[in-house]
Design a protein around this ligand. Structure first.
Ligand SMILES: C[S@@+](CC[C@H](N)C(=O)[O-])C[C@H]1O[C@@H](n2cnc3c(N)ncnc32)[C@H](O)[C@@H]1O
Length: 256
């Protein structure tokens, strides 16, 4: 096979590969694709660069009222999503959609850019959106469901968290973000927050753009941006800054 043929063959294989697929389990299917139907993610969805399947958990209920929840054993406020109903929904999702089963939950592993990258490299994810007080623990154990949190606060449901996770993953998929942004340069990708941005006009309400940015000197611009990213990270996120310094020091100590 010639080099040209090999390239064409590789491109055809890439085209044939099923797109990254999110399979969402929710009692509010109308919330999807939500904001992901607009802008870059929406265009990418139309172009089959990713796929979205939404299953209504109520379709797996066992009674005519389509109940998905019941009172908690041990008493207390609120309701809990039933294991039998969620189990049936998860079975259906696993039969249809690839990737790990993830329960969006404040108890979960924090959604970081590293985790987003990990998910984007896989075939997709099954996203279980909780409501009420959450989901019966036994069905999470039985299905080996991983828990992922959007942050240290409590949302009223997993849907906004699922939309946030999908948004972050989809923009990393090949072909989704063109020249409009470069994910490799953004906050968290190099362990730092991003440097400040400026655009025209060069002077606005008496505030001037830093001179180096209009100098046309690419290396000076690069160094200024690096310095700003470091300053902002140190000031705003001491946790990230400590990691960054540790990684940098270890990197410097390593054999080339
Ligand atoms: C009202 S919350 C339940 C909170 C739960 N009783 C607790 O205290 O941890 C209902 C649902 O919202 C979702 N949720 C809430 N906060 C979240 C977060 N920070 N990240 C991801 N999902 C969240 C989960 O799916 C959860 O089952």
């Amino acid at each position: 096979m010639s080099a040209d043929e090999a390239t064409r063959d590789g491109a055809a294989t890439a085209r044939r590969k099923p797109p990254w697929t999110a399979t969402v389990l929710t009692i509010f299917p109308e919330m999807f694709p939500g904001h992901l139907g607009a802008s870059l993610a929406g265009k990418a969805l139309e172009r089959d660069l990713w796929a979205l399947r939404v299953l209504d958990i109520r379709d797996f209920a066992r009674d005519k009222h389509r109940s998905v929840d019941d009172a908690p054993f041990g008493g207390g406020a609120g309701m809990v999503m039933r294991p039998d109903v969620v189990d049936a929904a998860l079975e259906a999702a696993k039969a249809q959609g690839p990737g790990p089963a993830i329960y969006l939950s404040p108890r979960g592993r924090l959604l970081t850019q590293a985790l987003v990258r990990e998910l984007a490299a896989g075939p997709g994810a099954i996203l279980l959106c909780g409501r009420y007080e959450g989901v019966d623990e036994r069905v999470l154990e039985a299905h080996g469901v991983a828990e992922v949190s959007l942050g240290d606060y409590v949302l009223s449901g997993g849907e906004p968290a699922a939309l946030g996770l999908m948004d972050a993953v989809v923009r990393l998929l090949p072909g989704v973000v063109g020249n409009e942004a470069s994910p490799a340069e953004e906050s968290f990708e190099r362990g730092l927050l991003e440097y400040p941005h400026y655009t025209r006009p060069a002077a606005w309400r008496g505030r001037k753009v830093p001179q180096v940015l209009t100098s046309g000197h690419h290396e000076k611009v690069r160094r200024w941006r690096q310095g700003q990213a470091e300053r902002i990270t140190e000031e705003r996120r001491p946790d990230l800054w400590a990691h960054y310094l540790k990684d940098r020091d270890e990197g410097e100590g390593r054999e080339p």
